[in-house]
Ligand binder design. Structure first.
Ligand SMILES: *Cc1c(COP(=O)(O)O)cnc(C)c1O
Length: 312
């Protein structure tokens, strides 16, 4: 991409994009209902209205076939989230964006290096936000983020917005914020970026081993159509008796986490949505569990996870 602009974190990256486009006052932005809360906070923090869309139950990404019915004359953008590390199926979304003149904003916080049709996340829309939180596929040692875009005007504006709205010291063009990328974190990222493809390759190996060797019918394994489209930030399985399964794994010294236990529309922060129903999103949040996956896992550890699961 022509521009990669460092900022303080992934949430800020998304907020800066929406602010720089000038979306506000009830402008609507379409977003998956089952995303991490940050994607939605970036929209509402700008005074825009998040319009929630159910995911595809196989990929856990936004279902492109459910987007068009949500488009109104207030819709300005689709915010796609490459959830768990898998690139969103973009073809239909590109077509809709063209048809209705919408911007495509990517939330690439979990998918550094994932490819769709040979193109990297961060280059699949008009602008993309990345997070470099330590646990992400590319992480620094604290908080960090970036925006990528080919839009010169947008890039210029974001460079100012992250720096008090200023291009020239003490001259303030906009009411900006302080969202600079810390120099120490930037230095760490310069060293780690060349390792990203290797780390992602190791994640793919582990994922493949899990998918080929976990043989219990009690859990549903994650699905991908194309090995290069997924960088396995999270290896999410689903099971109807999650509590027992998680407790059993813990007894066997295997840590798991839930990404995420409560969907955004059920959060107190969005109480106006608490009575809305998104059955697939709720089903995912009730049954999903993340198995260990990390480039630093050894082969023995990966094997142990499989053995323990198959004995459940
Ligand atoms: C981590 C994450 C963010 C936010 O990134 P921070 O750097 O923690 O602000 C946004 N969206 C998704 C999908 C994330 O996983």
């Amino acid at each position: 991409m022509k521009h990669c602009i460092g900022c303080a974190n992934g949430l800020d990256a998304l907020k800066l994009i929406i602010k720089a486009y000038g979306f506000r006052n009830g402008d609507e932005i379409i977003v998956p209902a089952n995303t991490y809360i940050a994607s939605i906070l970036a929209i509402s923090d700008n005074g825009c209205t998040p319009v929630l869309v159910e995911p595809d139950i196989n990929t856990y990404n936004i279902n492109p076939d459910l987007i068009e019915e949500k488009i109104t004359d207030k819709t300005r953008a689709v915010l796609v989230v490459h959830l768990y590390g898998q690139a969103v199926q973009m073809d239909k979304i590109w077509a809709l964006a063209k048809k209705y003149n919408l911007k495509i904003i990517e939330d690439s916080a979990q998918a550094h290096g994932a490819l769709y049709n040979g193109k990297c996340t961060g280059s699949l829309g008009d602008a993309s936000g990345f997070s470099f939180y330590p646990g992400k596929n590319l992480g620094c040692l604290g908080d960090g983020g970036a925006v990528t875009t080919n839009d010169d005007e947008l890039a210029q504006k974001i460079r100012a917005l992250r720096n008090y709205g200023s291009h020239i010291k003490y001259h303030n063009l906009y009411q900006g914020s302080n969202s600079r990328l810390d120099e120490i974190q930037a230095a760490i990222l310069s060293v780690k970026l060349p390792e990203l493809d290797k780390d992602n390759k190791r994640r793919r190996e582990i994922s493949k081993y899990y998918r080929e060797n976990i043989s219990t019918s009690k859990i549903i394994l994650p699905h991908t159509d194309n090995e290069m489209s997924h960088v396995w930030h999270i290896f999410a399985v689903r099971t109807s008796n999650r509590n027992d399964f998680q407790a059993y794994l813990k007894q066997n010294e295997i840590q798991t986490l839930i990404h995420y236990p409560i969907p955004p529309h059920k959060q107190p922060a969005y109480k106006e949505w608490n009575n809305l129903s998104f059955p697939l999103t709720e089903e995912i949040h009730d049954t999903i569990l993340s198995l260990p996956i990390s480039p630093v896992m050894t082969d023995d550890e990966v094997k142990k996870v499989v053995e323990v699961i198959n004995a459940f």
